[in-house]
Ligand binder design. Structure first.
Ligand code: NAP
Length: 479
């Protein structure tokens, strides 16, 4: 912790907030303050924006190979420092160290992937149909970007945006979540060490998100917003972006259905459920939120899932053998408690968990609820905690209708041994991603994103860089 930067990163320098303000960073496993970081206000945000705007032109002209090699070097540094970064993430966010190490690898991979994409930005030359004109097509960076990230994957949500922005030649102002600023500051230090020029990435940590971001979005100099967070905040930022017609990418909330058909391999389904539900303590936009299990296998599935959930060890993420760390804060835990209480009041059976432990920290036990009533609030609210809510269904059409009966459409999980059914059901689900007999879809080489109110655009994959590029077309007469 002693070497971790705690100041703002503006124009390549570490600086305090203009008014000297700081904010605490808490350890969710103990509730104690880990350290204080600079708390930026609008003045600091304007300086960060100035730095990004000033650096943009030269950065856009940098050779793609140079941008590629900076990302590659940063990838290597992150991998070398896996342990250090994992401890930092566990300290500020709570996830068990093994999961934090997994996130470091996942986060680094976005830099490796986009280091390879930086040198593959293409263009074109064509004779137009009239034969009298040519079209010369080039791709250019969209310009200075505002990147806003959530607390649940503090490192990976940053690299998933910074990687393609660097590859495309965009400069950035990054505003991380106030609960987890340290991972983003560590990332900025690594990118500087890897050779990223001053002003290309600027980081403003703040407890005053609205005051800091709104002027940037309305001011007309920021040309792109890439946001990951809740749908409600995404809607507000879309409205703010409208005035200056800022291009937006939105990775928003989910309400993932997890469908287990009567012909599913139940071992695979339970393994998949453990990943889809318990990755990151259930604090993931991809978390399975509604388990729809065919009536004929529901009892057996619930029994096996409850057995596995009951065997998980809950405790501080730094302790050996711990599978489930604390939730992010007391507010997050209170929301989970309320959702469980509501489901139980409507008739759900608690097979395991469901009781908040005494003592410090924001712990909540792995919980399985069976016979959940479809009117329960957790059916249309992201639980964001280690709670599996099981409902039953009788036929395919019915379960597809119920799975789609939500404003969100990020991801769905389908468990069946029938290929026809697997493809048919996947095609009918209104989601951006489907896990077929697997509980994990995230991969830097695949386009991540949702439909409906789960977002706009995709991150990762071949298309991830497109979000940071514009086309320019030159009309050239054939002489
Ligand atoms: P959140 O409350 O929407 O916050 C996300 C980020 O937006 C934070 O940095 C937050 O800072 C900032 N923010 C809030 N209000 C703002 C405003 N008026 N102007 C500018 N920035 C503002 O979400 P969260 O609780 O951190 O994260 C959980 C949510 O993220 C869930 O809904 C989850 O599904 C979603 N998520 C989606 C994906 C995906 O790829 N689709 C991935 C991960 C998470 P403050 O906290 O200071 O307000």
């Amino acid at each position: 912790m002693t070497d971790t930067p705690t100041q703002l990163f503006i124009g390549g320098a570490w600086v305090d907030a203009a008014d000297g303000a700081t904010m605490p960073v808490d350890d969710p496993a103990t509730g104690e303050v880990l350290c204080h970081v600079a708390d930026a206000g609008p003045k600091d945000a304007a300086l960060a924006e100035d730095a990004a705007v000033q650096a943009q032109e030269e950065w856009a002209r940098t050779a793609p190979r140079v941008r590629s090699e900076i990302l590659r070097r940063a990838y290597e540094i992150i991998i070398e420092r896996t342990d250090e970064l994992a401890h930092l993430m566990t300290a500020e966010m709570g996830k068990p160290l093994a999961e934090a190490r997994g996130e470091v690898a996942y986060a680094a991979e976005f830099f490796r992937w986009f280091s390879e994409e930086a040198v593959r930005i293409d263009g074109g030359l064509a004779t137009l149909p009239d034969g009298r004109n040519r079209m010369l097509l080039s791709r250019r960076p969209v310009g200075p970007c505002l990147l806003i990230t959530p607390w649940n994957f503090p490192l990976a949500m940053g690299t998933r945006k910074i990687g393609p922005a660097v590859a495309a030649g965009c400069t950035m102002v990054l505003k991380p979540a106030p609960q987890t600023p340290l991972s983003s500051l560590a990332l900025a230090a690594i990118l500087k060490e890897a050779g990223l020029p001053d002003g290309v990435l600027n980081v403003v940590t703040t407890s005053r998100a609205g005051e800091v971001c709104e002027p940037l979005l309305r001011g007309g100099r920021i040309r792109k917003l890439s946001f990951t967070g809740s749908t409600g905040v995404g809607q507000l930022l879309l409205a703010q972006s409208a005035q200056a017609v800022v291009r937006t990418s939105m990775e928003l909330g989910g309400n993932a259905p997890f469908v287990v058909f009567e012909d599913a391999d139940l071992d695979k389904a339970v393994d998949g459920a453990m990943v889809a539900k318990m990755r990151n303590m259930g604090e993931a936009c991809t978390a399975a939120n509604r388990f729809f299990v065919h009536r004929s296998v529901a009892e057996e599935f619930a029994r096996r899932l409850a057995e596995r959930m009951d065997a998980l060890v809950v405790g501080p993420g730094t302790r050996d053998g711990v599978d489930v760390g604390p939730l992010i804060d007391r507010t997050g835990r209170a929301k989970v408690e309320e959702l469980v209480a509501d489901a139980v009041q409507r008739g759900a059976r608690v097979l395991v968990g469901g009781r908040t432990p005494e003592g410090p920290g924001c712990f909540y036990p792995p919980t399985v609820l069976a016979d959940v009533d479809p009117t329960s609030r957790l059916m249309d609210t992201e639980i964001f905690g280690p709670v599996a809510a099981i409902l039953t269904f009788d036929d395919e059409d019915e379960v597809i209708r119920r799975a789609n009966d939500t404003p969100w459409g990020l991801v769905g999980y389908v468990f069946t041994e029938g290929l026809d059914r697997a493809l048919r059901v996947s095609e009918r689900l209104e989601v951006g991603m489907v896990g077929l007999n697997t509980g994990l879809v995230s991969n830097p080489a695949a386009p991540f994103g949702g439909v409906k109110q789960s977002g706009l655009g995709r991150e990762g994959g071949r298309v991830g860089i497109d979000e940071f590029l514009e086309y320019q077309y030159l009309a050239v007469p054939v002489s």
